[in-house]
Structure formats: structure tokens, C-alpha cells
Design a protein around this ligand. Structure first.
Ligand code: ZN
Length: 184
């Protein structure tokens, strides 16, 4: 959740873990010493498919689950790489209530969800991630996506789409932000 990854020609002196790359080094810095690094050769088996790229498998996968769609998206075994912030923004973009059971989504809503996943993640990558405390991208720059967040951490503010007040609830122990009017 915190810490920094830096790609450079040399390993960073205060790095806790250094990966020797084909070109240069990937150093992991963690001043607060809260992070753990896991290595598993079976990682690929434990993670679901990449969210950027072909999502034609999505309708079939959602059919098999009654879990709320937000928790389904956060489960890395279903789809890899969607965190709490992006799940909120994806469901807002798609106009889907985070509490809806995954298998209750209509084909049209799944279509909107597929587009929203691509749209939100590509925008986040283009703005180099989201910075709240000490996150830096691998070149050491703070992320710029937090200014573009439309519901995450905006409880009490007006929905940028319909003007209703953005709500915050807990789901799976995580803050969940959504518009109660235009996310159905
Ligand atoms: Zn709204």
C-alpha cells in the first residue's frame, strides 16, 4: 500500500529488495517498513486474467457468482490488478451499484462494465497512478490520477454526473464510494 518502486541504472542504496533486470535495476524502497514482498513461481496460477485486453470471458465468469460486483472485481483470482480505488471508479463509470450480485448484471450492463474497466485503467496508467501519501511511479514521480477521481473519497460531495450526494458504505471492510442515484 505504500513504498516505492524505482527503475534505474543502479540499485537504490536504501532499497529493501533489488531485482536485477535485463536493463538496470528495480529497487523497492519502504521507509515505513510495512510492506512484505512475496515470491511465488505459481503466481500466474493464483491470479485471474489481465483487465486490459480481451474481456470476452467476463459475461460467463460473472454468471457464476452471487457476490456483490465490487467484491468480485477486487478478488484477484477473478481478474488481476483492480484495487479499491479503481473498482469504485469503474462501477461509477459503468453506472452500476457496487452491491449488485455479479450474476444479476444484464448483458448491456456487462458491456458498460467492460468498457469502464478499460477506460478507467487506461486513464490511470496515462496519469501514472494515484497518489495519496508516498506513492511514486517507477520513475519517482507522484501519480496524477487522484485529481480525476469522481467518487472515491468524495462522500458528501455532489455526483459529477447527476448532482446527488455521493455515499460511502463499507464492503468487505473497505470504504466503498458510489452515487445512490445514477449507479443502479
Ligand atoms: Zn449520480
Amino acid at each position: 500500500m505504500t513504498g516505492r518502486l524505482i527503475v534505474a541504472e543502479f540499485p537504490a542504496s536504501e532499497a529493501r529488495v533489488v531485482f536485477d533486470l535485463d536493463k538496470g535495476y528495480l529497487s523497492f524502497l519502504d521507509r515505513r517498513r510495512l510492506a512484505t514482498v512475496d515470491y511465488t513461481p505459481e503466481l500466474r496460477l493464483a491470479l485471474g486474467p489481465e483487465p486490459l485486453g480481451d474481456l470476452s470471458w467476463l459475461p460467463e465468469a460473472l454468471k457464476g457468482s452471487r457476490r456483490p460486483i465490487k467484491l468480485w472485481l477486487l478478488d484477484q483470482k477473478n481478474i488481476a490488478g483492480i484495487g479499491n480505488i479503481y473498482a469504485a471508479e469503474i462501477l461509477f463509470t459503468a453506472g452500476i451499484d457496487p452491491r449488485r450480485p455479479a450474476n444479476s448484471l444484464s448483458p448491456e450492463e456487462i458491456q458498460r462494465l467492460q468498457s469502464a474497466i478499460g477506460e478507467v485503467l487506461e486513464k490511470a496508467i496515462a496519469h501514472r497512478g494515484t497518489t495519496f501519501s508516498d506513492y511514486r511511479d517507477p520513475s519517482g514521480n507522484p501519480g496524477g490520477f487522484q485529481d480525476l477521481l469522481r467518487v472515491y473519497r468524495r462522500a458528501g460531495e455532489a455526483c459529477p454526473r447527476c448532482g446527488a450526494v455521493i455515499d460511502r458504505i463499507e464492503m468487505g471492510g473497505r470504504g466503498t464510494y458510489f452515487c445512490p442515484r445514477c449507479q443502479r
